[in-house]
Design a protein around this ligand. Structure first.
Ligand SMILES: Cc1cc2nc3c(=O)[nH]c(=O)nc-3n(C[C@H](O)[C@H](O)[C@H](O)COP(=O)(O)OP(=O)(O)OC[C@H]3O[C@@H](n4cnc5c(N)ncnc54)[C@H](O)[C@@H]3O)c2cc1C
Length: 294
C-alpha cells in the first residue's frame, strides 16, 4: 500500500493547525489496514488515525510516525434493517443522512458533532442526552495482530473516553436504531442545530470542547467565562467570544498558541475555582500543557 511522506496534518484538523506526518496512508479495506499496521509494527513506527480531526490538536512539528485516514469501504455507511452499519472513517453527517433516508431514528443527537463514526467511538462522542454508548451494538477493532468485535462494555465507553489504545483502530461499527418517520427526524435535527447555533461558534475553525466538564456546579465554559477569558487571545488563537470552552483559529494560529491559551485557562480555573481542568481535545505529537503551580 502506498505511503505518502510529509503530508501536512493541518489539512486534516478542523482548527487548521499541525505539522507533517512522517508517513501517511489511506487504507480502504480491513486487509489493507492490517497490512499497513503490520508494516508500522515491523518498522517500530508509532501509529495514529485521524477522523475529521475535529477533536485533535497536532504539534506544529508534526508527528514522527504513521498517520492513517480511513477511506473506501472503511468510510462507507449503509442501513441493514434497523441497524446502521458504518466504516470507522464514515463522516457522522453521511451516516445520519443514510439513517434519516431509511426512516431510522436515534442518531439525531450527532447532527452537531462534526466527526467520524470511529472518532465517535474513541471519544464516546455525545450531545443532547445521547452518546455513542447508547446506540452502539458492537465495533470491529483492528490492530497489527488481530481484528475483533467489541461491545460498548469491552470498549470501556464513558464520558468522552474509551479504553481504546493507540494503534487500535475502529474499522467498522454497528448501531441499533429504531423506526421513526423521516419528517420527525428532520424536524428534530433542525431543532438541535438551531440550539447549537444559538450557543456555540458554528462558523469558526475550532476543535470543539477544549476541556471536559469538571465535577463542579459550573461547566468548563461557564467557569472560563467567569475567569474573564472570552475573547482572550494569544498569537493567532483566541478563546471564543461566544463560548469560553472553544478556541478559535482567528488568524493563522499555530498549535503552540492554542497550548498557551489552554495553559492560561487552566491556571485561572485553578487559582479562581480550585479546579484542575482536564483537556478533552486529543494531542498528537510532542505537545504538553504547562504544569499548574500549586
Ligand atoms: C464545532 C464542533 C462541535 C463539536 N461538538 C461536539 C459535541 O457536541 N459532542 C462531542 O462529543 N464532541 C463534539 N466535538 C468534538 C468532535 O467532533 C468529537 O470528539 C468527534 O467524535 C471526533 O471525531 P473525529 O472523527 O473528528 O476524531 P479526530 O478528532 O480525528 O480524532 C479524535 C481521537 O479519535 C481517534 N480516532 C479517530 N478515528 C478513529 C478510529 N477510526 N479508530 C480509533 N480511533 C480513532 C484519533 O486517533 C484521536 O485520538 C465538536 C467539535 C467541533 C469542531
Amino acid at each position: 500500500m502506498k505511503l505518502e511522506k510529509g503530508v501536512r496534518l493541518s489539512r486534516f484538523t478542523t482548527i487548521g493547525t499541525g505539522g507533517p506526518a512522517a508517513a501517511f496512508a489511506r487504507p480502504e479495506t480491513v486487509d489493507e489496514l492490517q497490512e499497513v499496521l503490520a508494516y508500522a509494527r515491523d518498522h517500530e513506527l508509532p501509529v495514529a488515525v485521524v477522523g475529521l480531526g475535529s477533536n485533535l490538536l497536532v504539534a506544529d512539528e508534526g508527528f514522527d510516525g504513521l498517520v492513517l485516514k480511513l477511506a473506501g469501504e472503511l468510510a462507507r455507511a449503509e442501513v441493514d434493517g434497523e441497524r446502521l452499519v458504518a466504516g470507522g472513517g464514515a463522516p457522522n453527517a453521511v451516516a445520519l443522512h443514510r439513517a434519516r433516508a431509511a426512516g431510522l431514528g436515534g442518531f439525531e443527537f450527532a447532527c452537531a458533532i462534526p466527526g467520524t463514526i470511529g472518532g465517535g467511538v474513541r471519544m464516546n462522542a455525545g450531545a443532547y442526552d445521547g452518546d455513542w454508548a447508547g446506540i452502539l451494538e458492537r465495533a470491529l477493532v483492528v490492530d497489527a495482530e488481530e481484528a475483533s468485535w467489541r461491545t460498548p462494555e469491552q470498549l470501556g465507553l464513558r464520558y468522552r473516553r474509551s479504553d481504546l489504545k493507540p494503534g487500535e483502530i475502529v474499522a467498522e461499527v454497528e448501531f441499533r436504531l429504531a423506526a421513526r418517520p423521516p419528517v420527525e427526524i428532520k424536524s428534530l435535527i433542525a431543532d438541535l442545530q438551531a440550539r447549537r447555533k444559538a450557543a456555540q461558534p458554528t462558523n469558526k475553525r475550532t476543535y470543539g470542547s477544549v476541556f471536559k466538564n469538571p465535577d463542579h456546579e459550573l461547566t468548563a465554559g461557564r467557569m472560563l467565562e467567569a475567569c474573564g477569558l472570552k475573547g482572550y487571545r494569544i498569537g493567532g488563537a483566541q478563546i471564543s467570544p461566544r463560548h469560553a470552552n472553544f478556541i478559535e483559529n482567528a488568524d493563522e494560529a499555530r498549535s503552540e498558541d492554542a497550548i498557551a491559551l489552554m495553559g492560561e485557562a487552566r491556571r485561572r480555573a485553578y487559582e479562581q475555582h480550585g479546579v484542575e481542568l482536564e483537556h478533552e481535545v486529543v494531542f498528537l505529537g510532542e505537545l504538553e500543557l504547562p504544569p499548574l503551580s500549586k
